[in-house]
Design a protein around this ligand. Sequence first.
Ligand SMILES: Nc1nc2c(ncn2[C@@H]2O[C@H](COP(=O)(O)OP(=O)(O)OP(=O)(O)O)[C@@H](O)[C@H]2O)c(=O)[nH]1
Ligand SMILES: [Mg+2]
Length: 312
Amino acid sequence: MDLVQKVIEGQRPAIARMITLAENEAPEATQALRQLYPSTGRAYIVGITGPPGAGKSTLTDKLVKELRKRGKTVGIIAIDPTSPFTGGAILGDRIRMSDLALDDGVFIRSMGTRGSLGGLSKATSAAIKILDAAGFDYIFIETVGVGQSEVDIVKTADTVIVVSVPGLGDDIQAIKAGILEIGDLFVVNKADREGAERVVIELNQMLELNPNMGAWYPPVLKAIASQNKGIEEIVENINKHADFLQESGELMQRRKERLSNEIFDLILRQVSFRITSKLKEENFWEQELDQILAKEKNPYDIVQRVIKEILA
Ligand SMILES: Nc1nc2c(ncn2[C@@H]2O[C@H](COP(=O)(O)OP(=O)(O)OP(=O)(O)O)[C@@H](O)[C@H]2O)c(=O)[nH]1
Ligand SMILES: [Mg+2]
């Protein structure tokens, strides 16, 4: 397929087009991804998550510029599950990364939900593979850490950066439970504001209490993204974490886990799609509704019967 070849060569229109195909779950997308797959596995994936407005996009913008200075190329995926169109997300995120959009070594893509959240995570893994095969050294995924689906997406990264900020009231509580466990690196952004030091201390206290802490102790770093402060240190810690993962063998372990989850999701999605269409086209229980209402039958037996019929 011509398109796949162009993606591998890093041609931007082809990259954009293939991501759109995957996003729309077009039938050609699977075939293209199949052909692309052998060319994946080289990019390093960084996830950035945190509460709305924490400065994730500003931080991404600065981190990417620092990596560009070091000669690296970067693909960026900004996820906005609240947006039914990618267009909405592009505006908000692109404004803060507008000069990056002109850089040939950077590719920015925003993704929203077209259909279901499952579709979003499937499209995101596809987009990661496409940017990976296109040869980008790093891929950044930005998500707002509020919903489970976004947490699930970002936690597939090799390095997960959890961004927090002072002044959210009950600071640490504002970081959704479950997000603390997935952080490999914590950044307290907006350190120009009062209370940053307290957030650093609280985060370290939380981390010390974590009974599942492995050999990597997540550093807690301060930054002022809008003033480009603390950026080099974050990049260095990303690279340190990458080295740690590589040397400990955890990188392979993580990638295996990610692959396994992905296969699981793809199967579930296909099975659910097929069952949904079957349920919609055949009226398995329509005629029995009156009897169920009249208490002559019950919903639970119907469910059992239909499942048996479908699995048969
Ligand atoms: N004072 C201060 N403001 C900052 C800093 N970093 C970013 N901001 C500002 O915070 C606002 C939100 O920044 P974004 O980068 O859009 O934050 P975000 O987390 O990507 O936001 P969403 O994607 O909407 O959740 C912008 O007005 C930034 O200029 C910082 O270090 N200090
Ligand atoms: Mg943003």
